[in-house]
Design a protein around this ligand. Structure first.
Ligand SMILES: *Cc1c(COP(=O)(O)O)cnc(C)c1O
Length: 458
């Protein structure tokens, strides 16, 4: 592998390589990521990446519970005792993770019967579960009502009627929030306010549908109207979008007070707090974010003439689990494309991380099986699927002496990677391993070909 590689031109949107490719930026890598002083190999929670690969195979997701717990504490401390923090389980839903987050005092958001069963079977207090979704199935509503789920966020008129039916049948009176479409749609740095909300979630504020939903819920004796919910998007870096959303929801709360004489008890502003995937990402500190969000909510409620500020709930998913996890891959074929870049193929791809293909997501990676002081090589990390769009990292730098059999680690893959994983090309989905104090244990078993063949009953 000593043949010199061609120097490829740097793409305009890629910063210059870090001074030391072996360095692990603490904003991007999990709490206990380090390099072994002797071998230079990456260690995660005190476990050598080479041991993890040997024991559990690759690709493998490696999660640091201490990192997850620390982020739970940061959100809870930052938002304070008079706010609720609920983990959006769709980012990554497993029993172990739901236990960690609930042990740290968080609630759990689910948006399907499957996620609900994982939470219930993990022993999560049903009171602390919130059920979301734009098309909750009748059986899911029934299960949520009979299990005593703490909140149900209603999303359509039909659902209000269906929920009332199931509540009546179960002799229950579930707490209900109304999902409001504020017309604020946040995508990372920009947000745009649209008059007509052309999407499937929630009740439109602009059309008066949200006011009508509240009217119907209040008129139904077996639904307990608790307040309003708004979720404006994902991977958001500033509070401007939340400010506009809070303003509009507070105005609705004031109208509800005027019309019905009731003050909403709860205001759920959803999730979407951004994390750092690369050195170009600069998310706000959670404490700063909490301070400005709380100030925004208080100011908007006061401006709307509400004499008390409702209890605030936030629902971080990515912000809790995203940075805790890295994916380890083994390097296979390495191919230079003249004048462009070097393609580094790994033993997974879009089946374990679809975010790059789906959202043009960016990631950071590092050589994990050793350290290297070779020159930076402009690389594209690609998977092994039959799609040219099967890209894990569009551009990054890896050392020029990279060779087949090396391990690489991709950082911040905890959210929306395993949960969006597929069996495309009949690849088996990777396992998820938790690492703590030098110990590793599988929390989600790696799939086997026998698992896949067992489904094929034809
Ligand atoms: C997806 C989702 C979240 C979590 O979003 P993140 O970007 O992972 O923080 C929170 N609330 C609702 C209603 C969601 O749909």
């Amino acid at each position: 592998m000593s043949e010199p590689r061609p120097a490829h031109p740097r793409p305009a949107d890629l910063p210059a390589p870090a001074a030391d490719l072996n360095a692990l930026d603490a904003r991007i890598w999990p709490l206990n990521a380090a390099r072994d002083p002797a071998s230079g190999a990456l260690t995660l929670g005190g476990v050598d990446a080479r041991d993890l690969a040997g024991r559990f195979g690759t690709p493998v997701f490696v999660t640091d519970p201490a990192d997850v717990r620390q982020r739970c504490r940061d959100y809870s401390d930052a938002f304070g005792d008079d706010a609720n923090v609920s983990y959006a389980a769709k980012a990554f839903c497993s029993r172990a993770v739901l236990r960690w987050v609930t042990e740290e005092g968080l609630g759990v958001d689910v948006c399907s019967g499957g996620e609900l069963e994982v939470a219930l079977s993990a022993g999560v207090d049903p009171e602390k579960i919130t059920l979301h979704g734009n098309n909750k199935l009748p059986d899911e509503l029934k299960r949520a009502v009979t299990a005593g789920v703490g909140h149900i966020v209603v999303d359509s008129y039909e659902e209000i009627a269906r929920l009332a039916f199931h509540a009546d049948a179960a002799g229950a009176r579930p707490n209900v929030l109304v999902r409001v479409t504020t017309g604020v749609e946040a995508h990372t740095h920009e947000f745009m306010a649209t008059a007509h909300d052309d999407q499937k979630f929630g009740f439109s504020l602009a059309s008066g549908a949200a006011d009508e939903a509240v009217r119907r819920i209040i008129s139904l004796p077996n639904l307990e109207f608790k307040g309003l919910h708004s979720h404006i998007g994902s991977q958001i870096f500033d509070t401007a979008g939340f400010e506009v959303a809070a303003h509009r929801v507070a105005e609705l709360a004031a109208r509800i007070h005027g019309e019905h004489g009731i003050a909403i008890e709860e205001l759920d502003l959803g999730g979407g707090f951004g994390i750092a995937y690369t050195q170009s990402d600069d998310p706000p500190d959670v404490y700063e974010l909490a301070k400005s969000l709380r100030a925004v909510v208080a100011a908007q409620c006061a401006a709307a003439g509400l004499d008390q500020t409702p209890r605030l709930t936030i629902e971080p998913g990515r912000g809790i689990i995203g940075p805790s996890t890295v994916t380890l891959y083994e390097v296979g074929t390495i191919k230079d494309v003249d004048g462009l870049r070097t393609y580094v193929s790994v033993d997974g791809g879009m089946s374990d991380n679809i975010r790059t293909a789906l959202y043009d997501a960016t990631y950071t990676c590092a050589l994990a099986s050793r350290r290297s002081d070779a020159r930076p090589m402009l690389s594209r990390v690609v998977g092994r699927h039959c799609e040219s769009g099967d890209i894990v990292i569009r551009h990054c730098y890896l050392p020029e002496d990279l060779a087949a059999g090396d391990l690489i680690a991709v950082a911040a893959t905890g959210a929306y990677c395993w949960s969006l994983a597929s069996n495309y090309n009949h690849l088996t989905r990777p396992g998820v391993v938790a690492v703590t104090g030098g110990d590793a244990r599988e929390i989600v078993r790696r799939e086997t070909l026998d698992d896949l063949l067992a489904l094929d009953v034809g």
